[in-house]
Design a protein around this ligand. Structure first.
Ligand SMILES: *Cc1c(COP(=O)(O)O)cnc(C)c1O
Length: 407
């Protein structure tokens, strides 16, 4: 296989021009046009190689072109590709059972637990949002700094005004409360609130983790008022933070869990998992999707879970995450304030707003990272990343910051 796109012979610049003419300008000009990937490495249309420490924004958990996932997907596509939800497939049922088993680890045996399959994170959240309306209550308490997606429902609970304003009115009523602040939460949750929605770590907001007492307090306060605890694990779930779901580190059992990104290793899919009585909020006809739970997507999900288990990746993620954080801190670089996050979802916090420049310098040096906030670098490599790749990144980091300062 060639490193560039040999068949077309087009380079970066030519592809970029065609992109600009044809693709809606929601994302701006692409940073690169990529043509091939393998493990934690990708190549662009000019044949340049990059180590991918962003993994398609925390999606390619098992790396690019993972043979086991791809075999499962190809076999399922060749056996039975799509059937709609008028019918079911063994693949879908098995993945549902796996997800329920992984999510309900701490809950009492015999309590109900069910899954609704979707095609993305925003759709997983849309399902959860609609489930909250089935309680008969309408108010949702959401967190300042949150990100939950771009559909009208998931956007309504996304904090960034720049994303939200042009599309108002959005579904209400949403009450905003400071992330991680138990006393503030206590004040806004009453018996009219349908749900409190929170991420276990705010990824888009710069990899921010609330104090350890926050999620248990969300559980306690929602339970006291008969409200649902809805946790958005789209970015943090599927092993990304060293547990199947990041909230499990704190032994909290939520009512609704949204999952997506890492679930299909790049095959688009999402899921809303409901534990306990929330599992029975929807009845026939009250929500739906054509593609959600499609056998091919579910085959990808099953292969991802099986790979994470058989390769002991949760342990590996914890070790690699600590290794990255320790090594970055021991650089003792005055431009680095701290390293936040868990497992392999990390934010390197800079003392100056050099994030965008550092991400651009990284790309030139053959590293893919991004900067969700001006002074934060987000590091989310595939979960299969090696110690050598981590060390290599830490070794080049000071030179990336030098280049960023000189841009
Ligand atoms: C990415 C993300 C979403 C949206 O997922 P899409 O698949 O882009 O629709 C929702 N919530 C969180 C926390 C995310 O990181």
């Amino acid at each position: 296989m060639s490193n560039g796109d040999a068949a077309s012979g087009l380079n970066q610049q030519e592809w970029g021009a065609r992109y600009d003419r044809t693709i809606m300008n929601t994302f701006g000009h692409p940073k690169r046009v990529l043509v091939r990937g393998e493990g934690a490495v990708v190549w662009d249309a000019d044949g340049k190689r990059y180590t991918d420490f962003l993994a398609g924004i925390a999606v390619n958990a098992l790396g690019h072109a993972n043979p086991e996932v791809n075999r499962a997907v190809a076999e399922q596509m060749n056996t039975l590709g799509h059937i709609s939800n008028i019918f079911a497939s063994p693949t879908q049922i098995r993945l549902g059972e796996e997800l329920v088993a992984l999510a309900s680890r701490e809950s009492a045996p015999g309590t109900p637990a069910r899954v609704f399959f979707a095609n993305s994170g925003t759709e997983a959240n849309e399902a959860a949002f609609k489930a909250t309306r089935m309680t008969g209550r309408k108010k949702i308490v959401a967190m300042i700094g949150s990100f939950h997606g771009r559909s009208m429902g998931s956007l309504a609970i996304t904090y960034n005004e720049h994303y939200r304003k042009p599309f108002e009115p959005l579904p209400g009523e949403i009450i905003w409360t400071p992330y991680g602040d138990v006393a503030a939460l206590e004040k806004v949750v009453d018996d009219t609130v349908a749900a409190v929605v929170t991420e276990p770590i705010q990824g888009e907001n710069g990899v921010i983790e609330p104090p350890d007492d926050f999620l248990p307090a969300v559980r306690r306060i929602t339970a006291e008022h008969g409200a649902l605890m809805w946790i958005d694990e789209v970015q943090t779930g599927m092993g990304r933070c060293g547990e199947w779901f990041a909230h499990q580190r704190l032994d909290v059992v939520p009512d609704l869990i949204s999952v997506a990104k890492g679930l299909g290793n790049g095959f688009p899919m999402g899921a809303c998992i409901a534990l306990g009585p929330a599992a029975d909020l929807f009845g026939p006809g009250e929500h739906g999707t054509t593609f959600g739970g499609n056998p091919v997507a579910c085959a990808a999900g099953l292969a991802v879970i099986s790979y994470i288990k058989s390769h002991d990746l949760l342990d590996h993620v914890k070790q690699m995450g600590l290794r990255l954080a320790d090594k970055v801190m021991s650089l003792d670089d005055p431009r680095i304030a701290t390293v936040r996050g868990r497992g392999l979802l990390r934010g390197i916090v800079l003392t100056k707003p050099l994030g965008a420049e550092a991400a651009a310098a990284a790309l030139e040096a053959g590293w893919i990272i991004n900067s969700p906030r001006p002074s934060v670098l987000r590091i989310a490599p595939p979960l299969i990343v090696t110690a050598e790749q981590i060390d290599e990144f830490v070794d080049v980091l000071p030179s990336l910051l030098d280049a960023a300062e000189n841009r």
